[in-house]
Structures are given as C-alpha cells and as structure tokens.
Design a binder for this molecule. Structure first.
Ligand code: AMP
Length: 288
C-alpha cells in the first residue's frame, strides 16, 4: 500500500521511523507523469538495498525559466499514485509548492563549473532550482540511497558533486536511460509530440548512433564525432540548442583534433514547443 504524504515534516518522521525499524530508505525524486523510466529507478533503489522506497512528485517552479513549460507540464497524480501502488512504492511524497517554498524562503544551493555548459547555458537558473529542491528532498530522507536517471546526464553529475561537496549522507546512483523499442528515450515530455514530431524525435537517437558507430570503429576526433552526431539532429529538429562531445566527468567540451579516450555526447533540441534531450557515453553504454 502506497502512503501519500504532502507534509515535509511527516516525510522526515516516516523515514526516521522506517530506519528505526531496520529498513533502508531509497529516494526517487521526480516531477511526476510517471513512465517506465521512473519505475526503473524504483527497481534500481531496491536492487541497491533499499526496502523503504519514497517517490517524490514535485513540479518545481524554480527550475523552469520564463517561457518554459511549467504551466503545461503534465500533472497526473491519480495515475502516478496507481503506478506507485502497482510497483510497491512505500511512500509517494507530493508536497504543495508553499510547503517547499513557504513565505520568506531565501536559501539556494549552487554548484559552479559543472552547471555552466549545456543545460546551464541554455536554461539560466535551471540548475539552481534543481539543486535547491534536491538538497531539500535529500535532507528530508537522508541517510538514503537516491536514484537519478542518466537520461539527465548533467543533472546526475551536478547532484552527485553537490551531495559530496555538502557532506549530505546519501548514496547517489545513476540509472541507465530507459528507451522505447525504437530508441527514443522515455520522457514525460514525449506526450507533447504530434505523430510526425514523434517520428522526427528519432533524430536524437540517430545522432547518438552515428557517433557511437564511429567510436566503435576507432574514431576518436571529438570534432568529427560532434559533426556526425549533429547532422541527424539538425535534419530532423526545428532548432538545436546543442550537440556536443564532452569529458564525461568534468563536462568540459572536447575541442580540436586531439584524440580522447572517454567522451559523452550530449544533445538538446526543439520540435515545435517541445524540447528534448539525450546523451550517450561512447563505448561504455550500449548503442541505442
Ligand atoms: P523527471 O520527472 O523528468 O524530472 O525525472 C525524474 C527522474 O527520472 C530523473 O532522475 C530523470 O533523469 C529520470 N528519468 C527520466 N526519464 C528517464 C529515462 N528514460 N530513463 C531513466 N531515467 C529517467
């Protein structure tokens, strides 16, 4: 039976109680509109030893910029609750905005270098919103294992850095991206896509495949890998925010013809009013 909790203090009491009875807390932060990618994070928490799993559902206004999709972001609490019940989630934490940010709230958390490129450059203030809310969620549930999707690769790296920098007693786990049979990464935003856009969305995975195929054949020039990844995205999408090749740990973009031994391809592009992202660590993750 999944218990629904709206009050932050009640969540902390419930996690403390679970630990007092010998259980291990797992935390899966989400914005809801749950899909199989989110539920894989729940399974991953259990595989990592959590036997008291909390899914949080909060569409965080601080991580959306002006003109982004905060208002229209899908809110499907009833079906999310059913999905949590079906996979045995112990607690669904769905706080109202004014419980997370009560009047007078004025404390934010910022991670420096890792948030500068890519999503940080294209969505000013986004990571400050993410790291602030995730810190609050981690502090309610900790000590715990917290699972994040590598689908949001930069976010996972930023949160991992933040938790270590702030001595937050959590084990941050990155779960591989769950995809549709044709390769499209599952995303709550996929439901915005019209049928023709759903087809064109495969430009992302075509770009990842082009770079991964070249990498498998021994290509290591980051400029060439970037061009190979970019072409299918440009061909299919209305607007490209970035397609780049970066160091998988520092996220520094790789430039020039110098060979590289580890690389992640990161991409974000728009189809109409829908913005999609994807990524692949070359040679380390299966080609989608
Ligand atoms: P969101 O609700 O989109 O903020 O995502 C909540 C968590 O689910 C984040 O850690 C995401 O990275 C993760 N996630 C979203 N989509 C996927 C996916 N297709 N595969 C794995 N994890 C995902």
């Amino acid at each position: 039976m999944t218990e629904i909790i709206h009050d932050p203090a009640a969540l902390r009491r419930r996690c403390d109680g679970a630990r007092a009875s010998g259980r291990t807390v797992g935390l899966v932060p989400t914005m809801g509109a749950l899909h199989a990618g989110h539920l894989a994070l729940v399974d991953q928490a259990r595989e990592r030893g959590a036997d008291f799993v909390v899914v949080t559902l909060f569409v965080n206004p601080k991580q959306f910029g002006p003109g982004e999709d905060f208002e229209r972001y899908p809110r499907t609490l009833d079906t999310d609750r059913d999905a949590c019940r079906a996979c045995g989630v112990d607690v669904l934490f769905a706080p109202p905005v004014d419980a997370v940010y009560p009047a007078g709230f004025q404390t934010h958390v910022e991670v420096e270098e890792l948030t500068q490129p890519f999503e940080g450059a294209h969505r000013p203030g986004h990571f400050r919103g993410v790291t602030t809310v995730v810190t609050k969620l981690l502090l309610l549930a900790a000590p715990c294992t917290a699972v994040f999707g590598r689908k949001d690769y930069q976010q996972w790296k930023v949160i991992d850095r933040m938790a270590r920098d702030l001595f937050i007693p959590v084990d941050i786990v990155g779960m591989p991206t769950v995809r549709e049979p044709d390769g499209l990464a599952l995303s709550s935003r996929n439901r915005y896509l019209e049928p023709d856009q759903r087809e064109r969305a495969l430009g992302l995975v075509r770009g990842l495949r082009a770079a991964a195929g070249a990498w498998a054949r021994g290509e290591r020039d980051p400029d060439l890998l970037r061009r190979l990844a970019r072409a299918p995205v440009e061909a299919a999408f209305d607007r490209v925010d970035y397609v780049d090749v970066a160091d998988p740990e520092t996220l520094a973009p790789l430039r020039g013809p110098s060979a590289t031994d580890r690389a992640v391809v990161l991409m974000a592009a728009h189809l109409g009013t829908t913005r999609l992202i994807d990524n692949l660590v070359l040679g380390e993750e299966p080609i989608p």
